[in-house]
Write a protein that binds this ligand. Structure first.
Ligand SMILES: Nc1nc2c(ncn2[C@@H]2O[C@H](COP(=O)(O)OP(=O)(O)O)[C@@H](O)[C@H]2O)c(=O)[nH]1
Ligand SMILES: [Mg+2]
Length: 485
C-alpha cells in the first residue's frame, strides 16, 4: 500500500470520538486488507448476459413486455402494431441490445401460430440444443410462455403439446397471461350495459371496480384456473398476468402485473449468481436493484477488510478504504446498469464526485477538498469508523443509483451524460435523504457492532430505508402502481 507523502504517518488526523478504540501506535501501512478479488455474481466469467426465451403467438404482446421489463424501446423489442407473423426459425437468432441493455440475450419465438405444431417442434429443437450446451452462458436461464387473455380458448394444441410433452429440464417457466386489460374492458362494457338496461345511471368509478373484480375472477377461473386444471401445479412453473394498454405506461393490475413477473422470475432461479444477473438485466424494479446493491456492497466490504480470511482489521488505511470504495462502486454499477453510466463512473473525476457526494459537504470542507480527491488524508480509523464510512459508501452509492435509474427511466429520450450525472450527485449530497442515511449510520455503528455482519447489514438496510423516505417525487416512477417501485 503506498504511504509516501501520507500525511497520517506523522500527524494522524484524529477523527475518532472520545472513548473509541483508536490507537496511534498501529502502523496502518503494515496491515494487508486486500482480500482475493471477488467474483461478484459467482458466475463463470463468460456468463454476463441473462438468456431468456419468450414463446407465444404473434400479437400476444411478447415484445411489449420485453420493452417494459428490459428498458429497451418498443422498436428494439420489435413491437408490431400492424404486421404479425415472422419466420419460424427466428428463435435461433439471439437478440442483444448493446448500449440499451448489456445484460440480456433474448430469443423470441416469433412466428408461433395457433394450430401449427411445427412451431412447437422448432422450439423443442431449440430448447434441446440449448440444454445440451456445456457453458452456463449458452444455456437458457428462463422461459416465458405468453398466452393472451383475448383468446377465449387459452389452452390450444400448441399449449397441450408444449406443457405435456416438452422436457425443459431445470429451466424455470413463467406462464404469462397477457392483455388482461381486455378482460377488464369487456367486463366494464358488460356492466355499463347491464346498469343502463336496468335504468341506472352508472357510477363510472364504481363500475371500474366491479369490472376489475369480475375480470380477476374470470381470469382465476378460465385462464389461470384452466391452466392449472389442465397441467397441474408445478414446482418450476409460475403464472403471472399482465395488462399493458398500448396507450398507457403501466400495467392495469394494481397488485401484480409486471412487478410479479419480475419477482417470480427471480424467485424461480436456483443460483444466487443468476438471481443477481437477472436483477441487473431487468430494468423495472428499483427495489430489487437496491436489495442487490446491499448484497454486493456487503460482500465487497467484507472481502475488502478480509473478514473470515484475515482477522478483522481495526485500522484500515485510507488507500485500502479507497480501494474498497472503488470496488463497491464498480459492483453496484453492475447491478443498476444504467446505460452510459458504467463508462462515466470510471472517470476519476466522477468517481471522486460520487465519493464526495456520499458525505456531508461540511465534512469535506473541514477536512479539505484535497482529501476527497485522494482520500489519503483520512488517516487511521477505528473499526467502528471504518465500518461506518464503508456502509455510508454502500448506502450512498445505492441511493444515488436509484435516483439515476429513475432519471433515466422517466426521461428515456435523455441520456445520462457527464453533466446530468454531476448534477444528480450534487442534488444527492444536499438531500435530506442522504443526511438521514448518514445520521443513522453514525448513530448506530460503533466498534461494538462493526464486527458483526448481521448488525452492519441491518443498520445498512435501515439507513437506506431512511434515505428513501426523503426521495423527491421526481425520482419515483411517473405513474405508480403499487406504492413506490
Ligand atoms: N390492450 C393491450 N394491448 C397489448 C398488450 N400487449 C401488447 N399489446 C398490443 O398488441 C400488439 C402486438 O404486441 P407485440 O408486443 O408486438 O406482440 P408480439 O407479436 O407477441 O411481440 C401491439 O399493438 C401492442 O401494443 C396488452 O397487455 N394489452
Ligand atoms: Mg414481437
Amino acid at each position: 500500500m503506498p504511504t509516501n507523502g501520507h500525511p497520517s504517518r506523522d500527524q494522524p488526523l484524529d477523527l475518532n470520538s472520545p472513548g473509541d478504540d483508536y490507537r496511534k501506535d498501529v502502523d496502518t501501512a503494515k496491515i494487508v486488507v486486500d482480500g482475493p478479488p471477488i467474483n461478484l455474481f459467482d458466475l463463470p466469467e463468460s456468463c454476463d448476459k441473462f438468456r431468456i426465451l419468450i414463446i407465444g403467438k404473434a400479437g400476444v404482446g411478447k415484445s411489449t413486455i420485453c420493452s417494459k421489463v428490459f428498458g429497451i424501446s418498443p422498436e428494439q423489442a420489435g413491437v408490431s402494431h400492424y404486421s404479425i407473423g415472422t419466420a419460424k426459425d427466428r428463435v435461433w437468432f439471439p437478440m442483444t441490445f448493446e448500449g440499451a441493455n448489456e445484460n440480456l440475450i433474448l430469443h423470441d419465438s416469433g412466428g408461433f401460430e395457433a394450430g401449427d405444431l411445427g412451431c412447437v417442434e422448432e422450439i423443442t429443437k431449440f430448447i434441446d440444443f440449448r440444454k445440451a450446451q456445456p457453458r452456463l452462458a449458452d444455456q437458457l436461464h428462463c422461459i416465458w410462455y405468453c398466452i393472451s387473455c383475448s383468446s377465449n380458448r387459452p389452452i390450444q394444441e400448441a399449449e397441450l403439446e408444449f406443457f405435456k410433452k416438452v422436457d425443459v429440464g431445470s429451466i424455470p417457466v413463467v406462464v404469462v397471461f397477457t392483455q388482461f386489460d381486455k378482460l377488464v374492458d369487456a367486463a366494464f362494457s358488460k356492466e355499463v350495459m347491464r346498469q343502463y338496461s336496468r335504468g341506472v345511471q352508472p357510477d363510472i368509478g364504481h363500475v371500474r371496480q366491479l369490472a376489475y373484480h369480475a375480470a380477476v375472477s374470470e381470469y382465476d377461473d378460465n385462464y389461470r384456473g384452466q391452466f392449472e386444471r389442465t397441467f397441474g401445479r408445478r414446482n418450476r412453473v409460475s403464472i403471472a398476468r399482465i395488462g399493458i394498454r398500448p396507450d398507457a405506461e403501466i400495467d392495469v393490475n394494481p397488485l401484480g402485473g409486471v412487478d410479479t413477473l419480475v419477482k417470480d422470475t427471480r424467485d424461480l432461479l436456483l443460483e444466487d449468481g443468476l438471481k443477481l444477473l437477472w436483477t441487473a438485466a431487468q430494468a423495472h424494479s428499483a427495489d430489487m436493484k437496491l436489495q442487490a446493491s446491499i448484497e454486493v456492497g456487503m460482500k465487497t466490504f467484507w472481502s475488502a477488510v478480509g473478514y473470515g480470511s484475515v482477522p478483522f482489521v481495526p485500522f484500515v488505511g485510507a488507500a485500502a478504504l479507497y480501494k474498497s470504495f472503488a470496488a463497491i462502486l464498480t459492483s453496484i454499477t453492475k447491478v443498476w446498469r444504467v446505460p452510459g453510466c458504467a463508462t462515466l463512473i470510471r472517470e476519476p473525476k466522477i468517481k471522486n464526485a460520487v465519493l464526495e457526494g456520499c458525505f456531508d459537504a461540511t465534512v469535506s470542507e473541514r477536512i479539505g477538498v484535497q482529501f476527497l480527491m485522494s482520500i489519503n488524508i483520512l488517516g487511521p480509523l477505528s473499526s467502528g469508523q471504518t465500518a461506518g464510512v464503508v456502509l455510508k459508501l454502500i448506502a450512498g452509492v445505492a441511493l444515488l443509483y436509484e435516483r439515476i435509474f429513475w432519471e433515466y427511466k422517466n426521461h428515456p429520450e435523455k441520456l445520462i451524460n457527464r453533466q446530468v450525472l454531476q448534477d444528480l450527485i450534487k442534488d444527492f449530497q444536499k438531500s435530506r435523504g442522504r443526511q438521514k442515511m448518514s445520521n443513522h449510520l453514525t448513530a448506530t455503528i460503533s466498534s461494538a457492532n462493526a464486527y458483526s455482519k448481521d448488525a452492519c447489514r441491518k443498520e445498512l438496510e435501515e439507513a437506506i430505508e431512511q434515505g428513501r423516505l426523503e426521495k423527491p417525487k421526481k425520482f419515483i416512477r411517473k405513474t405508480t402502481v403499487v406504492g413506490e417501485d
